[in-house]
Design a protein around this ligand. Structure first.
Ligand SMILES: [Zn+2]
Length: 193
């Protein structure tokens, strides 16, 4: 458990929103090697725990549903990173994931009263809906235009660009950014040789 906890945080998960993490749970290491964290019980345990989500069972149908949502999230990220909005097909699927029965309850928090949505059933559908809702929040907020995909085609990590100018191209300048600079330098050397 401890090791996976470390993998989860060491690989940069748990930063922005649940939907970023699920989308990046199919991870490429920067050299094209793929890891599917949905096959890793311990990664999933860290994911549920970090975002306070009700765990989804580890059977094939449940993981298939997670994979389906993940595909939708990556497609959404690609559209957003390219400066486009989502298509009607994607919005329909997103609304489908969001469509779970809820009730409202008035609760008192430190900063006052607020109405909270609670699920009728705290099950896998609710968990998928919460992940989908985190994308809906990104779309509704100011951060949709800050969604980026690492420019290293062997990485493709989805991230939030925190820079003022909005010009961050790589998930990490020291790894993917540096690799790109080295590649460009080598290509230039070859051309001049
Ligand atoms: Zn990268």
């Amino acid at each position: 458990m401890k090791a996976a906890h470390n993998i989860f945080y060491a690989h940069g998960f748990g930063n922005v929103a649940p939907w970023f993490d699920l989308a990046n749970s199919e991870e490429w290491d920067g050299f094209g090697k793929r890891t599917d964290h949905l096959n890793d019980r311990e990664w999933l345990a860290a994911f549920w725990k970090h975002w306070k989500l009700a765990p989804i069972s580890f059977d094939s149908p449940s993981r298939r549903r997670l994979q389906d949502l993940r595909e939708l999230l990556r497609r959404a990220a690609q559209k957003l990173a390219a400066g486009h909005s989502l298509g009607t097909g994607e919005i329909t699927k997103l609304n489908h994931a969001l469509n779970v029965p809820v009730r409202q309850r008035l609760v008192q928090r430190q900063n006052g009263w607020r109405a909270e949505l609670l699920p009728i059933q705290r099950d896998g559908n609710w968990t998928l809906a919460q992940i989908a809702a985190s994308l809906a929040e990104t779309l509704a907020g100011q951060n949709a235009e800050r969604v980026r995909i690492c420019a290293n085609a062997d990485c493709r990590w989805i991230f939030h660009d925190p820079t003022k100018a909005g010009t961050k191209r790589w998930c990490n300048d020291r790894t993917c950014g540096n690799r790109a600079r080295v590649r460009r330098a080598r290509a230039a050397q070859k051309r001049s040789a």
